[in-house]
Ligand binder design. Structure first.
Ligand code: SF4
Ligand code: SF4
Length: 85
C-alpha cells in the first residue's frame, strides 16, 4: 500500500523528503505528495516506512485508494530498480 500525508496535520517540517529511498515525496506550492507509483512502503530498502519514522506529526498513513500486497510492493521495488539501472 502506498502512503498518504494528511495535510491538515502536516507542520511543513520537510523531514520526510530526504529519507525516502524512492524519491516518492515531493513538495509543490506548500503541498506534500507521496507518489503512489513510487512508494513501496520502503519494501526493498528498509524494514519500516522511513517517512513515518521521522514524521513528528504522525500524519502519514496508509492510502486506502492504493492498497497493495507485500508481493505487489516487492514487484514495484524491482520495477523501480530496473527503471533506474
Ligand atoms: Fe518513501 Fe518509504 Fe515513505 Fe513510501 S514509505 S513515501 S517509499 S519513505
Ligand atoms: Fe509533514 Fe510529517 Fe513530512 Fe514533516 S515529516 S513535512 S510533518 S508529512
Amino acid at each position: 500500500m502506498a502512503l498518504l500525508i494528511i495535510m491538515e496535520d502536516c507542520t511543513d517540517c520537510v523531514a520526510c523528503i530526504e529519507p525516502c529511498p524512492n524519491d516518492a515525496i515531493t513538495k509543490n506550492d506548500g503541498i506534500y505528495h507521496i507518489a503512489p507509483d513510487k512508494c513501496t512502503e520502503c519494501v526493498g530498502h528498509h524494514d519500516d516506512p522511513q517517512c513515518i519514522e521521522v514524521c513528528p506529526s504522525d500524519c502519514i498513513i496508509p492510502d486506502p485508494d492504493h492498497e497493495e500486497s507485500d508481493d505487489e510492493l516487492q514487484e514495484k521495488y524491482e520495477r523501480l530498480q530496473t527503471a533506474a539501472a
